[in-house]
Design a protein around this ligand. Structure first.
Ligand SMILES: [Zn+2]
Length: 486
């Protein structure tokens, strides 16, 4: 790969030295990429490009770290019509039903589309909770599509079963599925130390939502996975009426002796519900485990209010994510809007209930930018490698068109990227030193072709689903989900 010099652009990045609630100063720089890393960040027009380097003129451009999506089911770009579902409804109709009907070829297309959607909006790293590990072929196709897309991904294979039977509905933790998934995890981990492609952009993680079903099995799986160096380990933690079956997970992992600094709890909503277990905050902080919040769908599906800024105040690692691209936006921008304005709204509401107003918004827009970049890298336990633009870090970079319709009137990139940008303003995306979006267009794949395939596989899946009464599935799943509805 040739070296790349980003010349004279306005750099927006947090570093570990900046307070999460501060506003760092954007500055005009040259940024040099050699191989997969950033090798120089210096005054504008001061860096001599190596011979053969590609020079990108960044006047009127903003240079920022790629977003880190800490919780996404990437393959679910395949599965439409989820926009109005609650969490329990989603569980019953999607992971408990649709997932079991997918073929490995469906997964390839959904996964490829999901990775490209992320890249197009400037998300360069994914923590992918892959809960369609139905067969070795499903797993292999998911890896293939992810590697082909060019995104950086921690592909977390799930160790859990799909339903034993769709009709009548039965769900169990099947031994033969467990055996297959454990064999795949071992094989993939041992092949190249968990690197799923030669340049290490895609690595192996574990998704584990069956903790508590069988404590001996939990111990066996988790100790083997940690022995094999598989990281991170991610699991859902919701609690409350919509997510009763996944409540108090931090406490449960700790009590079982499984809680460590490689864990990522998705949502953590239980910490904001009635009757929270307040000891869990301390357990999170002491262990170094993190929260992956997905504010847009948490608000819409009934998880509860995002607990993100409470994590920031308490010094618990926290990042943002999308969860499912056909429930909410494919992009990180709405996640930043929702988390920021929900917190501001909460503060305003609390004060006004006491007859008070507020003179200044102390939660600044830049704080949401940090959550989506360096905060995400911290939450994914990889902030020594990505999340900020500094010499020695991997070159995962987004270049924004600062003269665009959305951004042309805005001079501060932290505020502009948080509240005004969209994927249309993401002009260039670089992952691991490779340009994967250029002049507003994806480089490795032709999106229109992928979209055609996506529609074809959605139709095939829809034909299978047509024979199933999803409302009956929902009713049958309610006892498993421990859902109490009105
Ligand atoms: Zn999820």
């Amino acid at each position: 790969m040739p070296a790349i010099l980003l010349q004279n652009g306005l750099l927006a990045t947090f570093t570990e030295h900046d307070d999460p609630l501060s506003i760092p100063e954007a500055r005009q720089v040259d940024l040099l990429i050699e191989g997969d890393r950033i090798t120089a960040v210096a005054d504008p027009n001061s860096v001599q490009p190596p011979e053969g380097a590609l020079i990108i003129d960044c006047a009127d451009k903003w240079i920022a770290p790629g977003f880190v999506d800490t919780h996404r089911h990437v393959w679910m770009s395949l599965s439409p019509h989820q926009e109005d579902w609650t969490l329990a409804e989603y569980m019953a109709k999607a992971p408990f039903t649709t997932t079991a009907l997918t073929t490995a070829d469906d997964i390839y297309v959904g996964q490829l589309a999901g990775c490209l959607q992320a890249l197009n909006g400037g998300i360069t790293t994914l923590v992918d909770h892959f809960h369609a590990a139905n067969s070795p072929a499903h797993i292999e196709k998911a890896i293939q599509a992810t590697v082909e897309s060019g995104v950086r991904s921690m592909l977390c294979l799930s160790r859990q079963s799909t339903p034993t039977s769709i009709s009548p509905f039965r769900f169990d933790n099947e031994p033969n599925v467990s055996k297959m998934q454990m064999e795949m995890l071992r094989t993939l981990a041992e092949k190249d130390h968990g690197r799923l492609c030669p340049d290490g952009r895609v690595t192996l993680g574990l998704a584990y939502d069956v903790q508590g079903y069988n404590p001996d099995e939990d111990k066996r799986v988790l100790s083997l996975v940690r022995e094999l160096g598989i990281t991170p380990i991610t699991m859902h933690y919701v609690g409350g009426p919509q997510g009763a079956s996944t409540g108090y997970k931090v406490r449960q992992w700790s009590d079982a002796g499984l809680l460590q600094g490689d864990c990522i709890f998705s949502h953590g909503s239980g910490l904001g519900h009635r009757n929270p277990d307040l000891k869990e905050w301390q357990l999170l902080k002491d262990s170094g485990a993190s929260i992956a919040a997905t504010p847009e769908d948490e608000l819409g599906m009934g998880h509860g209010d995002p607990i993100v800024y409470e994590c920031v105040r308490r010094g618990v690692k926290v990042g943002l994510g999308i969860d499912c691209a056909l429930v909410v936006s494919t992009e990180m921008f709405p996640a930043m809007h929702f988390v920021l304005q929900t917190e501001r709204g909460r503060i305003h509401r609390e004060l006004s209930s006491r007859g008070k107003g507020i003179a200044y918004n102390n939660i600044r827009a830049a704080s949401a930018f940090r959550l989506a970049t360096l905060g995400g890298a911290e939450a994914a336990h990889v902030s020594s490698k990505i999340g900020s633009l500094e010499v020695g870090k991997l070159a995962d970079i987004v270049i924004y068109d600062a003269a665009s319709i959305n951004l042309g009137g805005c001079s501060d990139p932290f505020r502009g990227i948080t509240l005004h940008a969209t994927g249309a303003d993401v002009e260039t995306v670089i992952v691991n030193g490779e340009i994967v979006k250029k002049d507003g267009k994806l480089v490795r794949k032709e999106w229109k072709e992928v979209a055609k395939q996506l529609k074809r596989h959605q139709k095939l899946l829809g034909e299978k689903l047509a024979g199933i009464d999803l409302e009956e599935q929902y009713k049958a799943a309610m006892p498993i989900l421990r859902l109490a509805v009105e």
